[in-house]
Design a protein. Sequence first.
Length: 350
Amino acid sequence: MAKKAYFKQRTNAKIKDLHVRSVNNQRNLVEQIYNLDQDNQALLLYAQLVPGQYHKNTIYDSQASRKCFKHGDYVHIPHPTTKTDCYNSSTTPLILRKEALSKLETIPEENIFSQGISFRPNWGDRTKRVIPYIFAAHALKLFAYSENSEEPIKTKIYSDAKRAKQEGATALVQVPSRRKDVPHYIFKINGIPAVRSQDNLATVLTLKPGTLQDSTGKPVSQRVMHDVTNFRFTYETDQENSNIITFYPHDIAAYIAIIKDQYKQHNLTPLEMNPFPIFSKNLIENYYKKLENNILILDKSITRKDKLRKLHLAEKNILLARAIRTLGHDKTAFWDPSRDGKLKDYNWSI
């Protein structure tokens, strides 16, 4: 499962070859990471990021990280509770997202363990949707790859049906893989707000990716493997249903490609109703890249002699949430074209 060269990261050995500094606690981690010289400095983190409750009844830190990723705190994006309320509301997902994420500023940085954002419509399938922060970051790199390579994201949106105004359009998309052994993924996205109407907010809350099926209902398209294995069960006493919809980098990158294609046709609706955080150039280039390439963390449960490894998904989510809290929503989780330029021009090199 080798990655294409564009997506490769520094190895443990190359990180250790940098000028390394040990950190033994979680205070002011965002500032310390942000101020790293990406080309010459690294942190060795000797503090446990994943809360202790997820380590209960586990042997390996990887098990605790998976539990945190699946069952951890996701910032709920409040929205009008009925379709009628949505119809009468002038708000947008960006406004709702900013209000929800800004509440992180009231929490001490070291006490934030959020994994992403979530929302759940009270109509349609009524299923909770989750967007992990790290997948939103990965999506931007995948989109940039598609824009700067011979493997563009292909989209075909179907919005001519009269019901598309109320239920959203459907798009057939082809997204390149980050792996050498998989050429691309073909799937569909339903519930796209593509036709401007007062139904758009209610529509986007039901946004859902899915596989293509033949006449017998058999899947004929491939989803990312993590989607196949990322099932979960809530605890017995939980009121929340076990089933959730997770948006993966390929889903988010495809939606960004739809925004671009519709913008060319002078349709701003998918952009205005975009439910995904699009990170700023500053956050990606001066922070996210360092999570991937300049940090190792102590893990006594692994077999490596030095007990150091790269960050798990859950740990990256935590550190991205803390960056949003410390640096502010508008400087991190908001893409301003006049400030940040084109997404394809973000610098991903190491």
